[in-house]
Design a protein. Structure first.
Length: 202
């Protein structure tokens, strides 16, 4: 999917400057205006507004004007035009914030789940690991005694954390047997090396 970041304009208000004359033809009540909000978008979804543009046109001589071309009275009337709060132009930002809150909540739920499971390891648990070199892999628990945990490490690893679950296949575990004390396992979690525990409930 292609992600595009850019800017666009949204027409917020149209109207006419009453009791004001055209700077060119001097016709009264002939100046129409359109106010646009500029906003940043992400793949056409608006993120946030960042400015306004005003277009002025005389319906008598058909001349277009910029804001500085108007006299002080006309400029003041345009400056006093009230616009509705552009809530839809913050849509993308709201979505991003909600996604961040969701993933933060999910992260803490996962951490709390690991804290509970790691205190009571059982045979068949699979731990997703994060190595210091940035790669990810698994170990599975083969046996648990009073203070020792006997494990087999996965022969493969991946650079993407979300692919670690896909490595958990019986054929990917061979003879990389490593034994830990329960304190060692808790220490690995505290150091951020155990990032997920998969337990198959019967």
């Amino acid at each position: 999917m292609m992600i595009l970041i850019g800017t666009r304009s949204s027409n917020e208000k149209n109207g006419r400057l009453i009791n004001e004359t055209c700077p060119k033809c001097k016709t009264e009540n002939s100046l129409n205006f359109s106010i646009y909000r500029e906003y940043v978008h992400l793949t056409l979804v608006p993120l946030f507004p960042f400015g306004k543009k005003v277009f002025i046109n005389c319906n008598h001589c058909n001349e277009n004007f910029d804001y500085p071309d108007l006299n002080e009275s006309s400029q003041q009337k345009l400056a006093n035009e009230k616009l509705a709060f552009p809530i839809l132009l913050y849509l993308g930002s709201f979505i991003i914030v909600l996604c961040l809150l969701f993933f933060i909540n999910k992260y803490y739920d996962n951490q709390n789940e690991i804290k509970k499971l790691i205190q009571n390891p059982i045979e068949g648990d699979v731990y997703n690991l994060k190595f210091s070199n940035g790669y990810y892999s698994n170990l599975k628990i083969d046996k648990v005694t009073t203070d020792s945990i006997f494990t087999t490490h996965n022969d493969f690893n991946t650079y993407m954390f979300y692919e670690a679950d896909d490595l958990d296949k019986p054929e990917n575990y061979s003879n990389r047997k490593i034994n830990y004390s329960k304190k060692d396992i808790i220490k690995l979690f505290q150091q951020g090396e155990i990032i997920k525990i998969n337990r198959k409930y019967k």
